[in-house]
Design a binder for this molecule. Sequence first.
Ligand SMILES: Nc1ncnc2c1ncn2[C@@H]1O[C@H](COP(=O)(O)OP(=O)(O)OP(=O)(O)O)[C@@H](O)[C@H]1O
Length: 406
Amino acid sequence: MGVFDAIVNPDVVRTGKKVTRVQNINGRSVVLQGHPVFDDNGQVELVVTFVRDITTFHRMKEEIAAQKSLIQQYQRQVSSLNPEEVFLDEGMVAVSRESLEMLHQLDSIAPTEASVLILGETGVGKDIVARRLHRKSHRSTKPFIKVDCTTIPESLVESELFGYESGAFSGAKAKGKRGLFEDANGGTIFLDEIGELSPHLQSKLLRVLQDQEIMRVGSTKAIPIDVRILAATNRDLEKSVAEGTFRSDLYYRLKVVVLHVLPLRERKDDILSLVKVFLHRFNAKYGKQLRLTGKAENALFKYSWPGNIRELENMIHGLVLASKKPLICCADLPTEVGGDQGCVAFSSGDFLSEIGSRPLKEIMRRLERAVIEEALTLYGSVSKAAEALQINRTTIFRKTRRNHDG
Ligand SMILES: Nc1ncnc2c1ncn2[C@@H]1O[C@H](COP(=O)(O)OP(=O)(O)OP(=O)(O)O)[C@@H](O)[C@H]1O
């Protein structure tokens, strides 16, 4: 078979314990395991060494891991080609089971008159959901008015929402002005960032909801209005109610129906379809034909997208604008998305073209991390990977920036 350069006997004699070593001989992996045999005085008298050829076992393990990752990749590709894929009129993508469930709920409440409170982190698509609620309602031919409660200055919100009479305040138009509620009459008003509304406006809004009428600033005449209210926030309104910054009566009026729009990291099966849609959109806009490598797609799939769909859309926009070549690979992605995700193909020969031009030190850091990640996958635990790579567990945690309990 060849020459053994890893010997276990001296260590077995010295420690009196079983010693295991892995060694490569002529391209084959061999495990040497030395067992002590003791004499009557408890001294090591003999060492029995077992030699096991684990090459085939290793190869099979590697092959299974490669096949597994290929299958996952294909599954993702197939699901993004699924004929059930929904490209809705609003340009809304809903492919994952979670999104389809939300869509089902959305479409069933849209034709009702219920107020809807849309909850979700920033950039998840609350605006797009509100527009669909309106479009699928009986009010779809009437106006849809969006009010961003954070962009109108506090002093103007009231007159913007409810309008004003002539001479209501200095700077007011002589003829007075209709407010947004009047503009939306017969249709839908969408109050975005409702959690930011001042206590004064919260009570005014509550009155509108209860009485179905508004009063312009500077007037005592009530104007009946018929609007459906949709509201959205990325705040925890329940907490705001508990803290006393949001009126509980208004909260309960608004949350007749609550729609939770999940963050992208909780509906990952939407990611690649969204990527496809955005690539198509920006390619068309800039007359380009950019594509992503499979590994780059993998990195996008793995990333947690704290800024949700807006972050993904802006990133693809930036890539299409900046890229001078038709194929986008991991190296082109922002570091937080692709760079630190072990997005390195060190075994497939295209490592350098994948990682692009970078300082050797950084390349080595990424390579090292990728090797450790691969070992973790291959051996299934930090301890086993540490043993195989002959480094200690702390080094693994440090180099992969994992938690000690992870
Ligand atoms: N399901 C989706 N399919 C395709 N594009 C989407 C989808 N959801 C959101 N987007 C796009 O993502 C971007 C952000 O969406 P949107 O403005 O609706 O988020 P939001 O939750 O209202 O954000 P914010 O909390 O900051 O107001 C928009 O450009 C929107 O078109």
